[in-house]
Design a protein around this ligand. Structure first.
Ligand code: BGC
Length: 460
C-alpha cells in the first residue's frame, strides 16, 4: 500500500517535470522564427544577441590542398595537439595527443592557459614518433567567442563552459599563443584561428563540398555555416564577392531581452544564476554536455527534498557533481535493459539509494526528458539556419550538416532523434515531400579544418 502510494507520488512528479520540459509544435515554430530573425540581426549589427561572427575564411577548401601543419585545439575539456598532413583528394593523416585541461587552470588566469598550450606543444614535438621539423605553420582551433579582424587575429570576447580567464578578455588569442611559443624559442607561426564549429565545417567541406553547416554538441554548443558575403551588411561591402563562413555563437540565443522566449524551467534559472556567466549562453545551458548533468542533479535535489528519492551521499549536493557522460552511460544501460548496471551507476555516480525498479525507471525517464529537450532546441537552430538559406539553395539540394561532440556522438539515440526532428521540421509536418537536411557525423575533425584553413589561402 505504502509502495503503491510512493509510485503514485513519483509518477505525478515525473508528469509535472515532463510538462515543464516539453515543447509544443507551436513553441518550436515560434523559437525557429525568432532564431532566424536573431541570426539576420546578427548579420546586420555587431550588438545583436546572436553574434554571427565573420570568420575571414574567404577561400573554402577544395579538397585538393596538400601540406603538413601543426594544429592545436583548445576546447572546454581537452587540449588536443596534432600534426596534420593534408594529402589532397579529401584525404589526410593526423598524429595527435590530447590532455585534459586541469580544473585549477580553468579557474585561474587566461595567460596561464596560453603558456600551458605552448608547453604542451613543446612536449608533443619532442615525442620520437612526431617527425616534424621547425619552422611549422600552426592552425589554432579556439572554441570560445572571438571577434576576428582577419584569419590570424581574433579578440577574445569572453569565455564560456565555466572557464574564467578574465585577464585576457579583449586580447588577441593569436598574439597570446604566439608570444608563449616564442618565449619557449619555438619557431612556429600561428597562421589561422578558427572556432571548433568552423574547423569542423572546413574539414567536412575538404572531404565533401556539399557541406553547408556544422554543429558542435559537446561540452558547449555552437554552429557555423557558409554565407554569401553580400548578405552580411555589417561587413559594409568590404568583401562583397563570394562566400565566407559565419560562426553563429548560437549559445547566446535567448539572452538579453528575448530571454522570456526560451522555455526555461526553474532548474534552468537556478543553473544560470549559479554559473560563472549568469544571464549569458542560456540556450547552450539548456542544451550542451556541460550542463545536462547539472540540470539532472538539480531535479534530483528537488526530488530528495520532496522525499520522493533518498540519498546517503553528498554527491548530489555538489554543483556539477553529476556528469552528462554518466547520465548517458546510465541511459544506455537502461535502454539495453541492464538494470543491475543501472543500479551501480545510480549509486556510484548519482548518489541515490534505489529502493525499487520503479525508481530506476523514473531516473531514466528524467534523462530522456532532459536529453530530448536538448535535441528539440538543437533542431530549432538547424532549421532556422536552413530556412535563412533556402532562397539561396536550390530547392532540391541536400543541406548537409556536419556534427561533432560527445553529446551527439555518444548520448543514446541522440543522433537519430535529431535527424528525425530536423526532417519533421524541414517538411513542416508533411507540407514538403522530401527531407533535405542530412546530418553527417564529423568526428574529431576541427584540427583538420584549421590546417585546411591555412592551406586554402595558399592554394587559392
Ligand atoms: C563556445 C563556442 C564553441 C562551443 C562548442 C561554446 O561554449 O562559446 O565558441 O564553438 O562552445 O565548443
Amino acid at each position: 500500500m505504502q509502495e503503491e502510494q510512493g509510485t503514485l507520488v513519483m509518477e505525478a512528479y515525473l508528469s509535472s517535470i515532463e510538462a515543464e520540459f516539453s515543447l509544443s509544435k507551436q513553441k518550436l515554430k515560434e523559437l525557429t522564427n525568432l532564431f532566424q530573425e536573431e541570426l539576420e540581426n546578427g548579420l546586420k549589427r555587431s550588438d545583436a544577441i546572436l553574434k554571427a561572427l565573420p570568420t575571414f575564411v574567404f577561400n573554402l577548401p577544395k579538397g585538393t590542398e596538400i601540406g603538413k601543419f601543426l594544429t592545436v585545439d583548445l576546447g572546454g575539456t581537452n587540449l588536443r595537439i596534432g600534426l596534420v598532413e593534408l594529402l589532397g583528394s579529401g584525404q589526410f593523416t593526423i598524429k595527435k595527443d590530447s590532455k585534459v585541461i586541469p580544473d585549477g587552470l580553468k579557474s585561474g588566469s587566461g595567460k596561464e592557459i596560453f603558456k600551458f598550450i605552448a608547453q604542451n606543444i613543446e612536449t608533443f614535438l619532442e615525442h620520437p614518433e612526431i617527425e616534424a621539423e621547425l619552422p611549422l605553420k600552426l592552425g589554432f582551433t579556439f572554441s570560445f567567442p572571438v571577434q576576428q579582424e582577419s584569419l590570424a587575429h581574433g579578440t577574445i570576447l569572453g569565455w564560456s563552459k565555466e572557464i574564467e580567464g578574465k585577464d585576457v578578455i579583449g586580447m588577441d588569442a593569436v598574439a597570446l599563443l604566439q608570444e608563449s611559443l616564442h618565449s619557449l624559442g619555438l619557431d612556429i607561426a600561428v597562421e589561422a584561428l578558427v572556432n571548433d564549429t568552423v574547423g569542423t565545417l572546413l574539414a567536412q567541406i575538404y572531404r565533401d563540398d556539399r557541406t553547408r553547416m556544422s554543429v558542435i554538441l559537446g561540452t558547449g554548443s555552437n554552429a557555423a555555416y557558409v554565407e554569401r558575403c553580400s548578405q552580411i551588411p555589417k561587413l559594409k561591402g568590404k568583401f562583397n564577392n563570394g562566400r565566407t563562413v559565419i560562426n553563429i555563437e548560437w549559445g547566446s540565443f535567448g539572452d538579453g531581452c528575448s530571454c522570456t522566449i526560451l522555455p526555461s524551467t526553474r532548474f534552468d534559472r537556478i543553473l544560470d544564476l549559479e554559473s560563472k556567466n549568469a544571464n549569458y549562453q542560456r540556450y547552450e545551458k539548456m542544451m550542451s554536455g556541460m550542463y545536462l548533468g547539472e540540470i539532472f542533479r538539480l531535479i534530483l535535489v528537488e526530488a530528495v527534498n520532496k522525499e520522493i528519492l533518498i540519498t546517503s551521499s553528498d554527491l548530489i549536493s555538489k554543483p556539477y557533481g553529476i556528469k552528462t557522460k554518466d547520465m548517458s552511460k546510465f541511459h544506455a544501460e537502461f535502454i539495453n535493459e541492464n538494470i543491475e548496471n543501472c543500479k551501480m551507476i545510480i549509486k556510484g555516480k548519482f548518489g541515490i539509494n534505489i529502493r525499487s525498479d520503479a525508481e530506476v525507471q523514473m531516473l531514466s525517464k528524467l534523462c530522456e526528458i532532459i536529453s530530448l529537450r536538448s535535441c528539440y532546441l538543437c533542431a530549432v537552430g538547424i532549421t532556422a539556419v536552413h530556412r535563412h538559406l533556402l532562397s539561396w539553395l536550390s530547392k532540391e539540394k541536400i543541406f548537409s550538416v556536419a556534427l561533432d561532440g560527445a553529446l551527439y556522438q555518444k548520448y543514446p539515440n541522440y543522433s537519430k532523434i535529431l535527424q528525425d526532428l530536423v526532417c519533421e521540421m524541414d517538411m513542416d509536418g508533411g507540407a514538403a515531400d522530401a527531407c533535405r537536411v542530412v546530418l553527417v557525423m564529423a568526428e574529431d575533425l576541427s584540427s583538420i579544418g584549421a590546417a585546411a584553413a591555412i592551406a586554402a589561402q595558399q592554394f587559392k
